[in-house]
Design a protein around this ligand. Structure first.
Ligand code: ATP
Ligand code: MG
Length: 433
């Protein structure tokens, strides 16, 4: 787990996301506040709850992208959920509490992966020993000292072979602990364990190579105190977990549509206790949701933040609006971000042996067409760049395997030839771009 300064977080986000400085800053501060809080004495800590964030912005301006990138650097338990996938208690679908359980699972995965890194040697030893024992079964205790010594030598040799992958293809029979029986999720009630929880083992025939994979989880559980991992996972989710709720606006309805969809508000009502702080049962134990940071995002095209139920609005005190993307923004998104669309296409077609280049004017033209198409039809933000570049490169992409070894430079004229006629008509634009 690494804590970065707000400045560092923003700098990292800047590599991937153009503009949206207010959103980046708000998030960076919120994250730093988590770190500040856990350094305070316990009594003060209890008093400080995170200030949740509501991101408001048109479709395709980077709301989800910011959260996705953030999750990557943080090494903090993070999940992204779509509010529209949840249903009110009593209806068929996912209940809202399940997002907290998912967060705890994400936290457990992080803890396990940290642990795996720290104990890589021990884990390897466990796996190699177990496989070796199944290839050459240990002698009974009553065996003579000479036999035991012989065994030790051959067992050590075998261990080395297993380790070096020299016997990867051998078939062995090993006992593995059965994957824990999946708790059976019953909609809106939660996890119900319908099978007894005891660990079962079963014998399976498999290759040494496969066995190495299969034994990984068992190895961790054997060399650690799994209860300790569980409480660590709960603690981390509780203190530094982040739940990103996308499409929150879809749970709010402008007056008129509320009548058609009465249970939307129910989801907000169910969200309320979780965001306010309550206790949720998870398969690793109970978790308090008071200190989880919630970031909600929505385009709010058909509804407004004020259409959310007031209690929920109050729980998202930090509002950040994301800006609509200008032509210049679109140009930068196209060309300057790490992994920009243009770089991706160049790499993709490069695998066919095709060298693709765009001249500067061509890139400007793509940004311009994207901007015009957004103005003429729906504004779908940077997603428009994808549809345009896809259209521009359609033929080349199709013929690329036959063009191996060639170099192609895309010019402004190429772009105009492809798009000029389409952009003339809003109707055609709507269907094609
Ligand atoms: N400001 C930006 N900088 C870089 N890339 C961006 C930016 N805005 C959008 N993109 C790119 O556009 C695509 C869509 O962005 P994203 O998924 O973040 O949209 P969104 O704001 O969550 O929209 P929606 O409201 O529809 O969910 C992504 O591929 C993303 O990389
Ligand atoms: Mg989104």
């Amino acid at each position: 787990m690494t804590y970065k300064t707000p400045k560092e977080i923003v700098e990292y986000l800047d590599e991937y996301i153009i503009g949206q400085d207010k959103a980046k800053k708000a998030i960076a501060i919120a994250l730093r506040n988590r770190f500040r809080r856990i350094q305070l004495p316990k009594e003060v800590q209890d008093e400080i709850v995170p200030k949740n964030i509501l991101m408001i912005g048109n479709t395709g301006v980077g709301k989800t992208e910011i959260s996705r990138r953030m999750a990557k650097i943080l090494g903090l338990p993070f999940i992204k959920v779509e509010a529209s996938k949840y249903t009110e208690v009593g209806f068929v679908g996912r209940d809202v509490e399940s997002m907290v359980r998912d967060l705890v699972n994400a936290s457990m995965n992080l803890i396990k992966s940290d642990y795996r890194k720290k104990n890589a040697d021990k884990i390897e030893d466990y796996i190699i020993s177990k496989i070796t024992n199944s290839l050459i079964p240990p002698l009974p205790n009553t065996a003579s000292e000479t036999k035991k010594e012989e065994y030790r030598i051959s067992s050590n040799k075998m261990k080395q072979k297993v380790k070096d992958g020299l016997v990867d293809n051998l078939e062995i029979e090993i006992e593995v602990t059965d994957a824990p029986i999946n708790p059976f999720p019953i909609p809106n009630i939660g996890i119900v364990e319908i099978f007894p929880k005891q660990q079962k083992t079963k014998k399976i025939k498999t290759s040494v190579k496969e066995a190495k994979e299969l034994l990984k989880n068992e190895a961790i559980e054997n060399i650690t105190n799994i209860d300790e991992l569980k409480s660590e996972a709960l603690k981390r989710a509780e203190e530094s977990g982040i739940i990103f709720i996308d499409e929150i606006d879809k749970t709010a309805s402008a007056e008129s549509s509320l009548r058609q969809n009465p249970n939307k508000e129910g989801v907000q009502r169910d969200l309320l206790p979780i965001v306010e702080g309550s206790i949720v049962d998870t398969k690793y134990g109970q978790i308090k949701t008071d200190y989880i940071l919630f970031i909600a995002a929505g385009a709010f095209q058909l509804s407004k933040p004020s259409d959310l139920i007031p209690e929920l609005q109050g729980r998202f005190p930090i509002r950040v609006e994301l800006d609509a993307l200008s032509e210049e923004d679109l140009y930068k998104i196209l060309t300057q971000t790490k992994n920009s669309i243009i770089k991706q296409y160049i790499l993709l077609l490069g695998t066919e042996g095709l060298r693709l280049e765009f001249d500067e004017e061509a890139l400007r033209a793509i940004a311009k067409f994207a901007y015009i198409a957004n103005e003429k039809t729906e504004d779908i933000g940077a997603r428009r760049l994808h549809t345009i570049v896809e259209k521009v490169l359609e033929d080349i992409s199709f013929k690329a395997p036959e063009m191996s070894g060639e170099s192609i430079i895309i010019t402004k004229k190429d772009i105009e030839d492809k798009l000029d006629s389409i952009i003339q008509s809003a109707d055609i634009t709507r269907y094609i771009l």
